[in-house]
Design a protein. Structure first.
Length: 495
């Protein structure tokens, strides 16, 4: 995975700074509460939502178990339709392929559909280094690009910005990228959207190369699909002569019929719509000079840590993700810390389990991400493909604290326990011993109850980091064992 965001401080430090920004917290709270309330209404309209959720899970799990076979079928189908398939083991290889393909056209500009995969690999930076200008055409991505910013949400990358900030960015930066913002631009949504539309129109009409991602790839037909709400994707997919799609290998589904499930669950979970306003599908290339669509189509299939993730029986469920962002909108940690604190293009609960698997846990930020959660389970409840995010978070925490065998770059390796967890490991070993010796546990409970008035409000030493943000629970006046013996005589209550 690209190192674009690596080097940031660990999540606790980054989150502490974000929590101190009242404007950011206000923007996030308003946006996430609005989106999740609308989503709840949209989902409630379907009596079979639970069945659709289970179907999506089963389709994804089946595909992941047989991904090798379906990827070969996908390549054959795309090739038969006139496209060219490229395989990229990592971000560097993917960037080299795309830069080479753009250079082969002789063009120095590309227009882009919103794509998490290209952000993941740092494609814009690679194109810029090669002298190629990449223009984001999604409104939120345009705001992020003009503001020299980073995305902070999967669905709404500029969720951390309010209308006033967006107006200032447009007025200050648009002229440096193309058509300037209109004079006397206000912060009303209609005027901001019109300014973006006018700014982008000339780029759509001029560009000869488009770059996209894909929400799904159908192995059966070689069809790729993008869903979006603004129409910019449709322009990027049909006007340029050359289309380059950069897609993670896990976006594959076996058959066209499988899309029936995801076209119901994805829009409701992401934008709270029954159907996305624009659903664009393309298969290969056009065979006529007058038809819409690219004359040349390239598909770059990106691994970049996905095969390693697939080797983890618990962690692989993260690859089911359809990038709806529902988990972000219900997460109390994300709502307060924002997306930038996660140090990845995948923020929120899904980022906390996906990024450490794609990039490994060698960096400070990645080693901290599995702890960026309260384990409340709200993310699992709203996930349309039933990813048990809390289970994976605990699994990754164990890996970081205890070490163990993992797969990196296709090779099995043994991780050493991470530094800073010695006290945690000692506490867990002590707890294991105590629970294995009932007499010692009983004695310890009674001693804790009788000395409760002397207990500190915060823990000393390494425990201070835990109690600094939590209230220590009060020890009861007597242990449960003693209470049960005193009130029930150690016997079960008669039914």
């Amino acid at each position: 995975m690209s190192g674009t965001f690596v080097g940031m401080p660990a999540f606790p430090e980054a989150a502490r700074e974000a929590v101190g920004n009242p404007t950011l917290r206000g923007n996030l709270r308003h946006a996430t509460h609005t989106i999740r309330a609308k989503r709840a209404v949209a989902v409630s309209e379907l009596d079979d939502w639970a069945a659709l959720r289970e179907a999506g899970k089963q389709i994804k799990d089946h595909t992941l178990r047989h991904l090798d076979r379906y990827l070969v079928q996908l390549e054959e189908s795309v090739t038969a339709a006139g496209g060219v398939v490229h395989w990229a083991a990592d971000a560097d290889e993917a960037n080299r392929i795309v830069v080479g393909l753009v250079r082969a056209t002789g063009e120095s500009e590309v227009v882009k559909v919103k794509s998490m995969a290209t952000q993941e690999i740092g494609l814009n930076e690679a194109l810029e280094a090669a002298g190629i200008h990449a223009y984001e055409t999604d409104l939120a991505e345009l705001i992020v690009q003009l503001g020299k910013d980073r995305p902070s949400h999967i669905l709404v990358p500029a969720i951390h910005r309010n209308r006033g900030e967006i107006r200032e960015i447009f007025a200050r930066e648009m002229s440096e990228w193309g058509r300037p913002a209109p004079e006397n631009l206000t912060d009303t949504p209609a005027e901001l959207a019109e300014a973006a539309r006018l700014h982008l129109r000339e780029k759509f009409l001029r560009a000869k190369v488009g770059i996209s991602g894909a929400n799904f790839m159908v192995a059966e037909t070689g069809t790729l699909m993008v869903v979006e709400s603004e129409g910019n994707g449709r322009m990027c997919l049909t006007l340029p002569e050359t289309l380059i799609s950069v897609v993670g290998i896990e976006k594959t589904v076996p058959t066209w019929r499988d899309l029936e499930v995801f076209l119901q669950t994805l829009p409701r979970s992401s934008t709270a719509e029954r159907m996305n306003p624009y659903t664009s599908m393309w298969t290969g290339t056009t065979d006529s000079g007058t038809a819409d669509g690219p004359r040349t189509f390239h598909l770059v299939l990106v691994d970049n840590g996905r095969t390693d993730t697939l080797a983890d029986e618990v962690g692989r469920q993260a690859l089911r993700c359809i990038r709806c962002s529902a988990c972000l909108n219900v997460c109390p940690v994300y709502e307060r810390a924002g997306g930038h604190a996660y140090g990845s293009v995948y923020p929120g609960p899904i980022g906390a389990i996906l990024s450490p698997q794609l990039r490994g846990t060698g960096s400070e930020i990645d080693a901290s991400l599995p702890y960026a959660s309260s384990l409340c389970g709200a993310c699992y409840e709203v996930c349309p493909v039933a990813i048990d995010i809390p289970e994976v978070l605990v699994h990754l925490r164990e890996r970081i604290a205890e070490g163990g065998q993992v797969t990196r770059q296709g090779n099995k390796t043994v991780l050493k326990p991470a530094k800073g967890h010695a006290a945690e490991r000692a506490a867990m070993r002590a707890a294991r011993w105590a629970f294995g010796h009932p007499g010692a546990l009983r004695t310890g409970q009674r001693l804790a109850s009788r000395t409760r008035r002397f207990h500190p409000r915060t823990l000393p030493g390494p425990g201070r980091a835990w109690s600094a943000t939590r209230d220590l629970p009060a020890v009861p006046a007597e242990p449960f064992r003693d209470w049960w013996q005193r009130t029930r005589g150690g016997k079960d209550v008669p039914k």
